[in-house]
Ligand binder design. Structure first.
Ligand SMILES: Nc1ncnc2c1ncn2[C@@H]1O[C@H](COP(=O)(O)OP(=O)(O)OP(=O)(O)O)[C@@H](O)[C@H]1O
Ligand SMILES: O=C(O)C1=C[C@@H](O)[C@@H](O)[C@H](O)C1
Ligand SMILES: [Mg+2]
Length: 181
């Protein structure tokens, strides 16, 4: 069976939730483009996110993130993964709901920590107690992620591909977003 994606679906959620990995697999299942705001910003600057935070600061990064999201939402419907903080901006939330829909990948704190603990690519976790920082971000952000049009729970035993299947199933319940073709 084929699918027709009518609007862009924007993956939101905490770092480590799987927005990039599951977003890419979902785009493959639906045969639509995959975009990733973090990757776009890195490619445009020819720097890693950690380098951009260190050299230009978080405010600069957030400005670029807003510009990239606005630009990508003008394109043909895609699966667009964002950085973990993108949905915190009211302006971004408005852009997303005007042009597409947000899908929250809802993963619990233990799962997130297990995914991010071995990596040092996330500048916001470069603190004395990164687990506490992650928990603090989690507590502050979850109430905002709940505003997303769609939520899909990340279950610890599921592969990236299985999670993408759950995402497609959730999207198929929204006829304004995804139709069987
Ligand atoms: N369902 C899954 N099963 C196994 N590993 C997964 C799953 N989802 C994601 N991962 C792995 O967890 C790590 C973090 O995932 P990913 O980079 O997709 O998160 P993210 O939400 O894009 O985070 P960020 O906000 O930092 O961009 C990656 O190594 C990814 O391959
Ligand atoms: O959660 C966040 O605020 C971030 C998550 C990453 O995807 C990057 O966008 C950056 O490290 C900031
Ligand atoms: Mg990502």
């Amino acid at each position: 069976m084929g699918w027709k994606l009518k609007k862009s679906v924007v993956m939101v959620g905490m770092m480590g939730a799987g927005k990039s990995a599951v977003g890419k697999a979902t785009a493959q299942l639906l045969d639509v483009p995959f975009r990733d705001s973090d990757a776009e910003i890195e490619a445009a600057a020819n720097m890693t996110i950690a380098e951009i935070f260190a050299r230009d600061g978080e405010d600069f990064f957030r400005k670029k993130e807003r510009q990239v999201i606005a630009r990508l939402l003008e394109e043909t419907p895609s699966i667009l993964s964002t950085g973990g903080g993108a949905y915190m901006s009211e302006e971004n939330r408005r852009l997303i709901s005007d042009h597409g829909a947000a899908l929250w990948l809802d993963a619990d704190l233990d799962l997130l920590w297990n995914r991010v603990r071995h990596r040092d690519t996330r500048p916001l976790l470069r603190t004395a107690d990164p687990r506490a920082t992650l928990r603090d971000l989690y507590d502050r952000r979850v109430p905002i992620y709940r505003m997303a049009e769609i939520a899909v729970q990340s279950l610890p035993g599921l592969s990236v591909h299985e999670m993408a299947g759950r995402v497609v199933e959730a999207l198929s319940e929204h006829q304004d977003l995804l139709e069987a073709a």
